[in-house]
Ligand binder design. Structure first.
Ligand code: HEM
Length: 390
């Protein structure tokens, strides 16, 4: 039994590319305290999958956590029955059946409208002009907050994400996060008060119908926006970039030998849009001979688990032929992503096939600044300039 070893990182380098440091950790000290993050990082896939299910020790309830303080107390920061009750209420909107029977057609309409407007231009930035707008429009429909613009949806999502990972307590980031949550609370109140709830199975609609407390509804809608905008945006643009830079694999997809779902799932393994989920140690515990003390903050590093060499050969490579059954891109326990089925439909059934089907000879525009990737807790492309034959 021993205290967790200490592993130092260069935070700026980690934010640009966390994978080299995480690889060293997996090999040398898979559970270690990282002073720059003030947290104990779990980096191996199986350790994360085991620990995440033990909610008595690895609790999601973090009363002092930034998410609670800034966004309200949502289900992602609750355990046991409290968590399950809210998840069940919300799930009616995003279950595999509702997604198949309702949302896929809605998402397809958004994608078709957007691609038709882009097509004649011959060039675009996929992050800004396609992934961001499509993700935002799908989320406006899904949440029921059609009173927000796509730009507001994206900006508020980003400002909340920045706020909840603001461990350095930058007051400007905190102020922007407060402004974002205020805007969202007003939009939620507006839609709920107008009694503007039609028959669509939106998140707002199903939660109002369930009788959930209004504070919890607000908190869970903000959770869906913080988690449901940038991840699809990053996965759509990132998977597009992955295909455009792996020509042989792209041809296999276009010829129908490899499914679009495999493209999305392998991308989410390789460059996990959510790289980390935090927990609080609730009770004294020893895990793999490492002592954990009540109050310790643990980060489950999903992005690292998805590069674990024990499960993924050539883990650093984007390889569509691989078995991604062990991927934990959507989590590995009771907090498994509620939006997983909506994301698969939005990205694999709609966004990618619509883009590659409509824009002939799509390619990266080498006359523009090259694509840049960033982030460790949330990771995605910052730009993807492309052109096509119009
Ligand atoms: C590429 C797309 C997405 C990825 C990779 C992703 C990933 C994740 C991950 C890793 C978690 C945490 C799981 C854990 O701690 O075990 C999570 C939770 C969650 N996600 Fe997603 N997500 C995506 C899209 C969405 C969308 C579109 C929504 C909108 C409905 C959404 C809603 C949620 C919610 C509500 C939770 C909390 C679930 C709970 O606490 O039980 N996600 N997601």
């Amino acid at each position: 039994m021993s205290k967790p070893p200490v592993f130092e990182i260069d935070l700026a380098r980690f934010a640009t590319d966390p994978y080299p440091a995480l690889k060293t950790m997996r090999a040398q000290c898979p559970i270690a305290f990282v002073p720059q993050l003030g947290s104990i990082l779990f980096t191996r896939r199986d350790d994360i999958a085991t620990a995440e299910k033990n909610i008595a020790v690895f609790s999601s309830d973090q009363p002092e956590g930034l998410m609670n303080k800034l966004m309200g107390h949502n289900m992602m920061r609750k355990d046991g029955t409290d968590h399950q009750t809210e998840k069940k209420a919300l799930f009616r909107s995003v279950s595999p059946i509702t997604v198949r029977d309702h949302w896929t057609a809605v998402f397809q309409q958004h994608a078709t409208d957007l691609i038709e407007s882009l097509k004649p231009t011959g060039q675009a930035d996929i992050v800004r002009d396609y992934a961001l707008t499509l993700s935002a429009n799908c989320l406006r429909s899904l949440t029921g907050l059609t009173n927000l613009t796509p730009a507001e949806m994206d900006a508020t999502s980003q400002q909340m994400i920045d706020g909840i990972s603001n461990y350095a307590e930058d007051p400007e980031i905190e102020a922007k996060c407060h402004a974002a949550t205020q805007l969202l609370d007003d939009a939620i109140d507006d839609m709920a008060n107008k009694n503007n709830i039609d028959s669509e199975p939106t998140l707002l609609h199903v939660m109002l119908e369930s009788g959930m407390q209004f504070d919890s509804i607000r908190a869970n809608i903000k959770l869906a926006i913080s988690g449901g905008q940038n991840e699809p945006r990053d996965a759509i643009s990132g998977a597009t970039w992955a295909l455009l830079t792996h020509e042989y694999q792209l041809q296999k997809v276009l010829s129908g030998d490899i499914a679009w779902l495999q493209v999305f799932e392998e991308y989410a393994r390789w460059m996990s849009p959510i790289g980390m989920s935090p927990r609080r140690i609730a009770t004294q515990h020893t895990f793999n001979e490492i002592d954990l003390t009540p109050g310790d903050r643990v980060f489950f590093m999903f992005g690292s688990g998805n590069r674990d060499e024990t499960h993924f050969e050539n883990a650093d490579q984007f390889e569509l032929a691989r078995d991604i059954g062990k991927s934990i891109a959507f989590g590995a326990g009771p907090h498994f992503c509620a939006g997983a089925w909506a994301s698969r439909a939005m990205i694999a059934d709609v966004a990618l096939p619509t883009l590659f089907g409509a824009l002939k000879n799509l390619r990266i525009d080498s006359n523009q600044p090259p694509p840049l990737m960033g982030g460790w807790a949330f990771r995605g492309l910052l730009n993807l300039p492309v052109h096509w034959d119009s």
